[in-house]
Design a protein around this ligand. Structure first.
Ligand SMILES: Nc1ncnc2c1ncn2[C@@H]1O[C@H](COP(=O)(O)OP(=O)(O)OP(=O)(O)O)[C@@H](O)[C@H]1O
Ligand SMILES: [Mg+2]
Length: 561
């Protein structure tokens, strides 16, 4: 099976390098599907509030404990190209919607596994692909139909959705408290935009320092910098702060080239030093003239400049991150200036208070009490580093969910109610379809029900009873019937206050279908000599990757990366 030998006039022609691997047809499909299924299987047990967590140890021995789908797959060192495509599904889902990564991967795995059964019955993959596409369209239509439109500023629904997103994380014990912070933070930074609202999770800075408990996590109406005030002679607390945001160094520039100055007398040394001092004083005076009493500098501030600033009663922070500078500008209403010559009073930002505080073992500077800040900070204070990291990931999911709802204020219930509704609609839809596509639509419905099965299994409940009860309830028109896994009851999920954004569910359908159909289309895997290890995949059908945002790196031959 190596290197494509072809006969031409009795002379073998090698099209590819000797040692290249190729697998075709059923063999290639089987290898790809199996690999993708294994990946889906690996995240299955972490779905839902009763799902288990994973402990991941990297090459350096660093440990991550999480139940977040994307993080699990990111940390696993996956080699197989088709399996990598499922990792990409999680990434796309995370980038587009911020939640629902585990669900998307599970559904993609199910779609592939079930397709294989049909392929074994001699149904051609293209028929399955067509069926899947139609099913996805119908499923999306159904979601739109059942979704409830909400007021994007109604804290009530936003909070319920954020609480649901947090409910399936390790930090679930504090879900109400943390969800409340996420909603307040996101609403603070949301802005009106033609007819709707825009919101960006990047405007919420998430800082973390180990502390006593997650309950000490707080929302700051401004920005917290992981920096201390630069000079001991400066005040540690300034009210009515007028803040200059400077992207220039407050030090004497060193020349790029080696330069020599010959000094012949002590007077000249003195004059030289005096000159430096004058230049620094000049910089400080410009800042003073603008009316600033706080300086946040993206570059360095040398000792002499610190000394003069302190003498003039100006508080300074140096080497702030670029991202922090941008957030400070949005929070305080200030402008970042890159030359001290340009600084004017109108460039200054405002905060009611700038204060250095001891947080845990470190000193941090709080810029707070901003007027109508367009960037805010959540400061996480879990007891351990690992809990802090997982809390950050969970808060990220909650922020994304709130953002999704502010952008597209439509909501569906959770606990697999929408999946059951879509499955019911698809089964009816299939009956009207001709021929073999019908089978593909039916198995699409089964794949959606795998979410119910997995939620139930992870909670130690009997999936068979639950599925049959839910099917019959949906048949009777109970759109929001789902499984509440904490109580173990089949019920109206909107009464259980389990809500999710429509956009998360839509993205799950899109990402899972796209990945499954892409993998099904591949019938030829050509791997270069370098790729060693597990059976190679990818190759053939790669042309169709366009729509998959972020699938770029899927060239996927392990050895070539
Ligand atoms: N109390 C609950 N009862 C039943 N189902 C719930 C409950 N809370 C959340 N769910 C469901 O759990 C699923 C979400 O689980 P989870 O957060 O583990 O995975 P995900 O959102 O797909 O992926 P990730 O959060 O890892 O990106 C959703 O289907 C949601 O409706
Ligand atoms: Mg989730």
């Amino acid at each position: 099976m190596s290197s494509f030998p072809t006969q031409a006039g009795g002379v073998p022609i090698l099209v590819m390098k000797e040692g290249s691997n190729r697998s075709r047809g059923r063999e290639a499909q089987h290898s790809n599907i199996t690999a993708a299924k294994v990946v889906a299987e690996s995240v299955r047990s972490s779905l839902g509030p009763k799902g288990m967590d994973k402990m991941l140890v990297d090459n350096f021995g660093d440990v991550t404990i999480t139940s977040d789908g994307r993080t699990i797959l990111d940390e696993m060192d996956i080699q197989h190209p088709a399996a990598k495509m499922l990792v990409e599904v999680a990434k796309t889902q995370d980038n587009e919607a911020g939640d629902g990564t585990t669900s998307a991967v599970i559904i993609a795995g199910e779609l592939l596994g079930k397709a294989e059964d049909l392929i074994d019955k001699d149904i051609h993959p293209t028929i399955i692909i067509d069926g899947y596409r139609k099913a996805a369209e119908k499923a999306l239509e159904t979601l739109e139909k059942i979704a409830i439109t909400i007021d994007p500023k109604s804290t009530d629904y936003l909070k319920k959705a954020a609480t649901t997103a947090m409910g399936s994380k390790i930090v679930a014990e504090y879900k109400d408290y943390l969800a409340d912070l996420a909603v307040k933070a996101m609403l603070a930074v949301a802005e009106k935009e033609d007819g709707g609202f825009k919101a960006d999770v990047d405007d919420v800075k998430v800082e973390k320092k180990t502390g006593e408990s997650l309950k000490d996590t707080s929302l700051i109406n401004g920005i917290v910098l992981d920096k201390e005030i630069v000079h001991s002679g400066m005040q540690k607390r300034i009210e009515n702060a007028k803040i200059a945001l400077i992207d220039a160094s407050l030090e004497i520039e060193k020349t790029e080239m080696d330069a020599k100055i010959s000094i012949e007398s002590p007077d000249q040394i003195e004059a030289f030093l005096k000159e430096e001092e004058t230049m620094i004083k000049d910089m400080v005076n410009k800042i003073l003239a603008s009316g600033a009493n706080v300086v946040v500098c993206q570059k360095g501030i040398d000792d002499m400049a610190q000394h003069f600033l302190a003498r003039k009663g100006i508080v300074a922070i140096r080497r702030a991150k670029k991202s922090d500078m941008e957030k400070l500008a949005r929070a305080t209403g200030g402008k970042i200036v890159s030359s001290l010559n340009d600084i004017s009073p109108s460039d200054l930002g405002y905060a009611a208070l700038v204060e250095e505080r001891r947080i845990g073992d470190d000193k941090m500077t709080f810029v707070e009490g901003c007027k109508n800040p367009k960037a805010v900070t959540i400061l996480i204070r879990a007891g351990t580093e690992r809990m802090n990291a997982e809390a950050e990931r969970s808060i990220h999911d909650a922020l994304c969910v709130v953002r999704d709802l502010i952008r597209e204020p439509k909501i569906v219930a959770g606990g697999s109610a929408p999946e059951m509704e879509m499955a019911g609609v698809l089964r009816k839809y299939a009956q009207k379809m001709p021929g073999r596509e019908q089978l593909a639509v039916q198995i699409y419905a089964d794949a959606l029900e795998s979410i119910t099965i997995t939620l139930a299994e992870n909670a130690g409940l009997d999936p068979i009873d639950i599925i049959s009860e839910l099917r019959s309830r949906h048949e009777k028109g109970e759109t929001w019937a789902g499984i509440e896994v904490l109580s173990g009851k089949v019920q109206d999920m909107s009464k259980a206050n389990i809500y999710e954004p429509l956009s998360v569910k839509k993205q799950i359908i899109k990402s899972a279908t796209e990945a499954a159909t892409m993998i099904l289309k591949i019938d030829d895997v050509i791997a270069s000599e370098k790729s060693k290890g597990p059976p190679p995949g990818a190759g053939g059908g790669m042309g169709g990757m366009g729509g998959m945002g972020g699938m770029g790196g899927m060239g996927g031959y392990p050895g070539m990366e």
